[in-house]
Structure formats: C-alpha cells, structure tokens
Design a protein around this ligand. Structure first.
Ligand SMILES: NC(=O)c1ccc[n+]([C@@H]2O[C@H](COP(=O)([O-])OP(=O)(O)OC[C@H]3O[C@@H](n4cnc5c(N)ncnc54)[C@H](OP(=O)(O)O)[C@@H]3O)[C@@H](O)[C@H]2O)c1
Length: 244
C-alpha cells in the first residue's frame, strides 16, 4: 500500500460544497477513498461539488437543526473517515452579540460536532479503525475581535477533541483538529477584497501571504491516513505561522 492510500475507506467531508471542504473532498477522492460531499441546503450545489471533486455521493443537512447529525448518519451509514469542517461566523463587537447569534454559532460549530462524534465514532471503534478530524481555527490562538463566539466555539471543539481522543485511541480511532489560518475561500472573499483590510490581515502572517484551500489538503490527508496513526488528540496548524 502506498503512502496516503485510502482505497476501501468511506469518507465524509462536511461543508464540502466549496472552500477547504471541497479541497479536502478532492484530495480524499484522489487517494482512493469513497467520498460523501455535504452541504447545508442546495442539492444542486452539492451535486456540482461532488462532480467537481471526483466524489461518489452527496448529502444535505442543515447543522443549525438539532437532529442534523442523526439525519446525516442515517443517510450515509458508518464512515471510516470524517472531516468535520462546517462552521458559521457572525461578525459583531462582543457587546453586541445577540442570544440568537450565540446559539446559531454554538449549535452549528460545537453542538453538531459533538453529535457527529456520538454517531460516527462508535462504529469506527467497532471496526478498530477510524479518523475524525475537526476543523478548528488559528483563532484559537489569535482571536479576531469581531468573532468572539466563533473563536470560543473552536476552543470548545479543541477541548472536546482532546477529551474524546483520549478515550477512543485504544480502539484505533484517532481524533484530532486541523487549524487553518487565512485561507482564500468564498467565505472571506468579500472581506479580503477590501485592500486596506487585506493588508492588515497579511501583516499578521509571518509567511506574508494568505493560502489557498488546496494548501489544507496535505495536512488533512496525513490526519486521515494510516501514516497518521500515531497522531492522537492534537492539532496541526496551516497558517503561515500566524499563531506565533
Ligand atoms: N477560510 C479561512 O480563512 C478559515 C480560517 C480558519 C478556519 N477556517 C475553518 O475552515 C472551515 C471551512 O472554511 P471555509 O472558508 O472553506 O468555509 P466556507 O467557504 O464558508 O464553506 C462553508 C461550508 O460549510 C457549509 N455550511 C455552512 N453553514 C452550514 C449549515 N448551517 N449546515 C450545514 N452546512 C453548512 C457550506 O455549505 P453550503 O454551501 O451548502 O451552504 C459550505 O460547504 C470552517 O470550519 C472554518 O471555520 C477557515
């Protein structure tokens, strides 16, 4: 078996209609996995992402709904690999964060991650092989002043990952986080189009540039593969040194 060969593995990438998730789906498919692309609402968009990435399946589930993980699991069945990549972020000063915006971000970003672990990890334990990668953020180290709850939700995921990783590693299931820095995706296209804002953002990155979604594929592949078997309960950053 070659390095990073995922032949025979079933893999789900949540939030893979665009951006980092789409790049991850492409990489997993290119390395032989049977891949499920996932999106929030539009079947058309998810189907297009499936075709573009070389994935075999697509599935829809809105993570702001309490039963999203259960529905998703019913639709896909057990997986060997889950990249839990969905998040939402609402920009606001910390004094102006409404209870609704708090709940929306915590539910999509944190609660659904817990529910996905509860559904997808036990069958991995039974098979004695599994990889669950939650996508965090450089904001766990360098929080953006307008995204206090978003950053906190990512820190909560890190804690959950460490807790669960410690308990399921003995069953061959590796749980980790992947922490991107500034990656050019549809999410931040608008914000980075403001040249003044972009210059401020880039000045905080030691490498001096924002990366592309494809720059996330390699580290994710490592975390999902047999080659990553001894990586447990930790995080890999791809942020050009921004966390420093
Ligand atoms: N881009 C960055 O600079 C950066 C930096 C640090 C961390 N991250 C993290 O990396 C991950 C991906 O970021 P990205 O920039 O690639 O994101 P993105 O371009 O905004 O894409 C988000 C994906 O999540 C899905 N999604 C959004 N809301 C959802 C909901 N309520 N229910 C289900 N699915 C939903 C979207 O599906 P639809 O298109 O179907 O709505 C889409 O596929 C996120 O966890 C983000 O926090 C990104």
């Amino acid at each position: 078996m070659g390095m990073f060969d995922l032949t025979g593995k079933r893999a789900l990438v949540t939030g893979s209609t665009q951006g980092i998730g789409l790049a991850a789906a492409k990489a997993l498919a290119a390395h032989g996995a049977e891949v499920w692309v996932h999106g929030s609402r539009s079947e058309e968009k998810a189907r297009r992402a499936m075709e573009e990435s070389g994935a075999q399946h697509f599935v829809i589930a809105d993570f702001s709904k309490p039963d999203a993980a259960e529905k998703l699991f019913q639709a896909t069945g057990p997986m060997d690999i889950v990249i839990s990549n969905v998040s939402v972020q609402i920009r606001a000063d910390w004094q102006n964060i409404t209870p609704e915006d708090y709940e929306f971000q915590m539910n999509v970003n944190f609660r659904t991650n817990l529910a996905l672990m509860q559904k997808y990890i036990p069958p991995m334990q039974e098979k004695h092989w599994g990889r669950f990668v939650a996508v965090g953020s450089v904001q766990q180290y360098k929080p953006h002043v307008q995204m206090a709850v978003y950053a906190a939700s990512k820190c909560a995921i890190q804690s959950l990952v460490e807790n669960v990783a410690k308990q399921v590693a003995k069953d061959g299931v590796n749980v980790n986080t992947f922490l991107p820095g500034v990656i050019r995706t549809p999410r931040n296209e608008g914000a980075l189009a403001d040249k003044e804002y972009e210059a401020k953002v880039l000045a905080a990155i030691p490498a001096g540039y924002a990366a592309e979604a494809e720059d996330c594929a390699g580290p994710l592949l490592l975390l999902c593969s047999e080659q990553g078997r001894y990586i447990v309960g930790t995080s890999i950053t791809a942020d050009g040194g921004m966390h420093l």
